[in-house]
Design a protein around this ligand. Structure first.
Ligand SMILES: CC(C)[C@H](C(=O)O)[C@@H](O)C(=O)O
Ligand code: SF4
Length: 461
C-alpha cells in the first residue's frame, strides 16, 4: 500500500522513540508502568542486587490482584500467594511505589484500576508485566504486556527496547443487534481469523461501531487483542474517551490542554495501515466458546463444528462435548462474572439487567467478582449486589479470581462454567474445569437457564 499519512500507532510511536534506527529495536519512553505481584518479585530483586533504584516512581503504580482471595480477603492460605503479596508490599515500601493493597479503596485488577483512577490516558505508552495490558489501548495509547526482565528494565530506566510492529486496521461497521455486545465482536473476530491473525501487528479498531461504544466496551475488545495474537490493540481517543478520563483521581489537572494534545492522535487514512480487515457487525450473533482456545467459538444460534484436526479432537475430549450439537445445548453448572475483560461496573449492570427478578437454574453456582473495590462499592450503591444475591449468586470481593486458577477461586473438575473472561485453555479456571467464554449478558442468561440461550430472543429473559 502507498502510505501517504500516519496511523494512530505511528504518531504515538514517534512521540516516544528515544534511540535506535527504524527497522531495528528502538528505545521507547514509557509513560505508565503498572505492576502486580506475580511478575514483579524478580524484577525488584534484580534492582536490589545491582544497587539500582526506580527511575520514575511517580510513573509506576502497583496493585494486588491475581493472588488475592475474593472471600475472607486477609486470610491468604496458599504459601506462594502469601509470599507474592507480602513481597510486593515490601518492594513498594522499599522503592517508593504507590500500592493499592488488599482492602484498600483503590485495589483491584490492574487493567481495571488503571483506567478507573485516570492513570491510563490517551497519547501514552503503558506497560505491565501482564499480557492483557492491551486493554489500555482503548484510550488511544500504545499499551502492551512485558516479561519480568523487561519489568526490571522499565523500573530502572523508564524505557524499553521494542521492534516497531506493523499496523492492522480493523474496520468495524454496522449496528449491533440488541443482546449482542463488544465481547461478541472480539470473539467473532478471533473465531473468524484465528488466534494468531494479529501476530506482529499493532491492531487498531475503528469505524462507526467503535465510535458508538462506551469505554468499558472498547476496553473489552482491546483486552482480547492478545487472544488474536497481537500484543496491542488500540482505538483513537474521542469525546467518549475524554469524558471518561475527566474528573478521575490522577487525570490531568489542566484538562483542556490535555484534550487539545490528545486530539492529534488518529489515523490519517485507512490506506496508511499495512493491512486492513473489514468486519460488518450488523448480522453478528452472541458468541460462545466450546473448546480450549478462544478461536474455538461459535454463534449461540449455531452448532459445534466437525472434528477438523487433532486439536479439535483433544478439545472435544477435554470439554466432554460432541460435534454438531447445538451451542445452546452446552450444559452450564457454574457461572463466573468478572475479570479485566468484563468486570467493570457497566458489565455488572448488564448482567444484573438480565438477572433481575430471576433465579439461577437448579444446580448452578454463580460467582460475581467486581473488578475493583470501587466497582464493588459503586455496584452496591446501585443495588446490583441485591439483584445478584436474590438470584442466588455469591457476591465477592475484587480480584482476578476464577479467571485463572492462581487463588482459592477454582472451578471444580468436569464442571462447565460460562465465564466472562478471556481465556479458555485447559485447566485455566481449575484442573479439568471446562470454560465457556461469553459476554456478561449471555453468561447471566446461561445461569438462569442452566444452558446457553440466544438472548436476542425476547422470551428468554
Ligand atoms: C499472571 C499473568 C502473567 C498472566 C498474563 O500475563 O496474562 C495473567 O494475567 C493471565 O491472564 O494469564
Ligand atoms: S483478570 Fe484474568 S486476564 Fe485479567 S489480569 Fe487477571 S488473570 Fe489476567
Amino acid at each position: 500500500m502507498n502510505k501517504m499519512g500516519k496511523t494512530l500507532f505511528d504518531k504515538l510511536w514517534e512521540k516516544h522513540v528515544i534511540a535506535g534506527k527504524p527497522g531495528e529495536p528502538q528505545l521507547i519512553y514509557i509513560d505508565l508502568h503498572l505492576v502486580h505481584e506475580v511478575t514483579s518479585p524478580q524484577a525488584f530483586e534484580g534492582l536490589r542486587v545491582n544497587h539500582r533504584h526506580v527511575r520514575r516512581p511517580e510513573r509506576t503504580f502497583a496493585t494486588m490482584d491475581h493472588n488475592v482471595p475474593t472471600k475472607d480477603i486477609f486470610n491468604i492460605k496458599d504459601a506462594i500467594s502469601l509470599k507474592q503479596i507480602e513481597t510486593l508490599k515490601k518492594n513498594c515500601d522499599e522503592f517508593g511505589i504507590r500500592l493499592a493493597e488488599i482492602g484498600s479503596e483503590e485495589q483491584g485488577i490492574v487493567h481495571v484500576i488503571g483506567p478507573q483512577l485516570g492513570l491510563t490516558q490517551p497519547g501514552q505508552t503503558v506497560v505491565c508485566g501482564d499480557s492483557h495490558t492491551a486493554t489500555h489501548g482503548a484510550f488511544g495509547s500504545i499499551a502492551f504486556g512485558i516479561g519480568t526482565s523487561e519489568v526490571e528494565h522499565v523500573l530502572a530506566t523508564q524505557a524499553i527496547w521494542q521492534l516497531k510492529p506493523k499496523t492492522m486496521g480493523i474496520h468495524l461497521h454496522g449496528n449491533l443487534q440488541k443482546g449482542v455486545s463488544a465481547k461478541d465482536i472480539i470473539m467473532a473476530l478471533i473465531a473468524t481469523y484465528g488466534v494468531d491473525f494479529g501476530t506482529g501487528y499493532a491492531l487498531e479498531f475503528y469505524g462507526d461501531t467503535v465510535d458508538r461504544l462506551s469505554m468499558e466496551n472498547r476496553m473489552s475488545i482491546c483486552n482480547m487483542a492478545i487472544e488474536g495474537g497481537a500484543k496491542m490493540g488500540m482505538m483513537k481517543p474521542d469525546q467518549t474517551t475524554f469524558e471518561y478520563v475527566t474528573g478521575r483521581k490522577y487525570a490531568p489537572k489542566k484538562m483542556d490542554e490535555a484534550i487539545e494534545y490528545w486530539q492529534q492522535f488518529y489515523t490519517d487514512d485507512p490506506t496508511d495501515y499495512d493491512k486492513v480487515l473489514d468486519f460488518d457487525v450488523s448480522e453478528l450473533a452472541p458468541y460462545v466458546s466450546w473448546g480450549t482456545n478462544p478461536s474455538m467459538s461459535v454463534p449461540v444460534s449455531g452448532s459445534l463444528p466437525d472434528i477438523a484436526d487433532m486439536n479439535f479432537q483433544r478439545a472435544y475430549d477435554y470439554m466432554g462435548l460432541k460435534p454438531h450439537m447445538a451451542a445452546s445445548a452446552i450444559p452450564i453448572q457454574w457461572i463466573f462474572i468478572g475479570s479485566c475483560t468484563n468486570g467493570r461496573l457497566a458489565d455488572l449492570q448488564e448482567a444484573a439487567r438480565v438477572m433481575k427478578g430471576h433465579h439461577l437454574a437448579k444446580n448452578v453456582t454463580a460467582w460475581i467478582v467486581p473488578g475493583s473495590r470501587t466497582v464493588k462499592n459503586d455496584a452496591e450503591k446501585l443495588g446490583l449486589d441485591k439483584i445478584f444475591k436474590d438470584a442466588g449468586c455469591e457476591w465477592r470481593d475484587p480480584g482476578c479470581s476464577a479467571c485463572l486458577a492462581m487463588n482459592p477461586d477454582k472451578i471444580p473438575a468436569g464442571i462447565h462454567c460460562a465465564s466472562t473472561t478471556n481465556r479458555n485453555f485447559e485447566g485455566r479456571q481449575g484442573k479439568d474445569a471446562r470454560t465457556h467464554l461469553a459476554s456478561p449478558a449471555m453468561v447471566a442468561a446461561a445461569g438462569i437457564h442452566g444452558h446457553f440461550v440466544d438472548i436476542r430472543q425476547k422470551e428468554v429473559i
